[in-house]
Design a protein around this ligand. Structure first.
Ligand SMILES: Nc1ncnc2c1ncn2[C@@H]1O[C@H](COP(=O)(O)OP(=O)(O)OP(=O)(O)O)[C@@H](O)[C@H]1O
Length: 229
């Protein structure tokens, strides 16, 4: 996926101001930066939910700028939104089934999901609304994976979770990443650097730093000035 010079607005607010980003197949790319700099808007722009007024979005080699979100989703772009949006009154298994409905063998896909996320199998018959935040996050990630997406956009997976739960979610994401291309928006800089291959640091709607995550720390002067207020 490539975003090329995208400019995205909410009404008159010019949020993305010429943002460039690319994700190669098999990569995990982290989007980091302070609150409100446009990370979620970047995902929404890629997904067609808030199309750019200028610039282009390409996915799997095709220009999808202005294409309806459902059509972009049909092409294989999946989304794990910040608020998770599990179906609270469906069971865990039912939630997974909805995501796997298009698969040739949904039962086999569910088994694969349970292998990656054993906790979900234990709670298969529980209503998703009764799960903890961390379990709901795992369900949301598992659902994103079952959709057979070629690219998964994951927004703030660690938000609001207790530290010991975050490590479970990190393990789940790491397992999921083995055969998924991912863009990960993450406030927790350390976690983002641990999980991702490359990063983009966003400030005021543009990319201000990018590169490999190896060895990058938040003490790095070129990074620190964009993370502190
Ligand atoms: N629906 C909306 N209408 C108007 N402004 C919005 C809307 N959604 C977000 N914004 C504004 O756009 C800017 C970028 O928001 P965005 O959610 O992309 O930031 P972010 O980097 O993901 O930060 P956060 O971690 O707070 O979500 C913020 O100033 C925010 O207030």
């Amino acid at each position: 996926m490539e975003l090329d010079d995208v400019h995205t607005y909410y009404g008159e607010s010019h949020i993305l101001q010429g943002l460039d980003l690319s994700v190669e197949e098999g990569e995990i790319v982290a989007l980091v930066g302070r609150n409100g700099v446009g990370k979620t808007t970047t995902l929404r722009t890629a997904l067609g939910l808030t199309p750019p007024r200028r610039g282009t979005v390409r996915f799997k080699g095709e220009d999808v700028t202005g294409v309806e979100p459902h059509a972009i989703a049909d092409r294989g772009m999946g989304w794990v939104p910040e608020d998770r949006r599990v179906f609270a009154h469906l069971t865990v298994a039912e939630n997974l089934r909805v995501a796997a409905h298009a698969a040739a063998d949904p039962d086999a896909r569910l088994d694969e999901a349970y292998e990656l996320f054993p906790a979900l199998e234990r709670f298969a018959d529980k209503e998703a609304g009764d799960l903890s935040g961390g379990q709901q996050q795992m369900l949301a990630i598992a659902r994103g994976m079952l959709g057979d997406n070629d690219l998964l956009l994951v927004d703030e997976p660690s938000e609001g979770l207790a530290p010991q739960i975050v490590s479970d979610v990190v393990e789940a994401l790491r397992a999921a990443s083995a055969d998924t291309t991912m863009v990960l928006v993450e406030q927790n800089f350390r976690l983002a650097m641990d999980l991702a291959d490359r990063f983009y640091l966003v400030d005021h709607g543009v990319v201000v730093e990018e590169g490999d995550t190896a060895g990058v720390t938040s003490d790095d002067e070129r990074i620190r000035r964009y993370l502190t207020a």
